[in-house]
Design a protein around this ligand. Sequence first.
Ligand code: TRP
Ligand code: SF4
Length: 400
Amino acid sequence: MFADRVLSGMRPTGSLHLGHYHGVLKNWVKMQHEMECLFFVADWHALTTHYDTPQVIEQSVWDMVVDWLAAGVDPAHATLFIQSRVPEHAELHLLLSMITPLGWLERMPTYKDQQEKLSGKDLSTYGFLGYPLLQSADILIYRATQVPVGEDQVPHIEFTREIARRFNHIYGREAGFEEKAEAAVKKLGGKKAKLYAELRVRYQEQGDDEALEAAKALLDEQHSLSHGDRERLFGYLEGGGKMILSEPQAMLTAASKMPGLDGQKMSKSYNNTISLREDEASVTRKIRTMPTDPARIRRTDVGDPDKCPVWQLHQVYSNEATKAWAMQGCKSAGIGCIECKQPVIEAVLDEQCPMRERAQLYLDDPTLVRNIIADGCEKARALARDTMRDVREAMGLSYS
Ligand code: TRP
Ligand code: SF4
């Protein structure tokens, strides 16, 4: 078992390209071996901006999952699911909305930014304002400890932490907390109960941080405790109430430096992408027709790689020897641009080859993907239900 749980989601609003691969998916593939990972299709989030074009979302959902699998995300190591298939996310979103100050949402930098960026669309909706809260529900419902995101999403994680804190503050003070905590201490058993009590006193009376750490380590080892009791004992240690929702950490993924076909960052909105599983002929044609140093008009003109988008692709795809060859050949007009592009074309095709192969397996038998997702949804739902039980109880909704 891993101590950390990673959660990340992606909005299905179009097909994935090599920028997503280098910026996000390679990282997911690596993490799936190091931590417990949950990756999901954020279809409800896509609807907040694409509410008038749901066909786009419907189209992209399965393609996106195939892209993930093609990139090497492995269902044996990571849980893959679709947000809307775990309706508990919506329930938590609703319940959290009760305690979410409007101002927190209105002040989110992404709120104004996106409205300006997508100015052709009316985003003064309730759903769009609540986007970060829905994201908080996604994260908190799995008690995720780590959330890999790009820089633009960091305020959403900070917001999530504030929501968790606010929730614990309001609902963590259950009636009879002390008595329940004391009862939970007893359940630890004689020796451990005594040790816990001693460490707690040492921390609370003398501020001994080592005692706090030792007590936390002791609790970490108690696998037979119920979740409620665990959280009570953690809360009791530090003198607060019960910690029902836990605060996640943002795991900053370096901004994708993947250049597009025109030298700007690769992005659908710049129309400069190579899609993840684009066919070979099209990849070749796109790179062959890429612009180069505009001053290099004739084959005999010398060029300057620093003014050429192809050179940027060499930075991603070529080894030192190839880069030296291109640099030297360009500056001396020793090679032509088509020649210079050839190693890049080959490297991109090589990178995509295993992806195309893996994808083919799933394209040939679409039930494979359906089953992977059905399986992932079931696993995710079991975790989500657990949290919702505690949340409902804390909010006084578990009538019997
Ligand atoms: N907002 C994220 C994005 O645009 C997608 C997302 C939705 C997400 N829910 C999440 C990411 C939960 C991480 C965790 O990229
Ligand atoms: Fe660009 Fe290469 Fe042509 Fe130089 S030789 S301009 S680096 S494509």
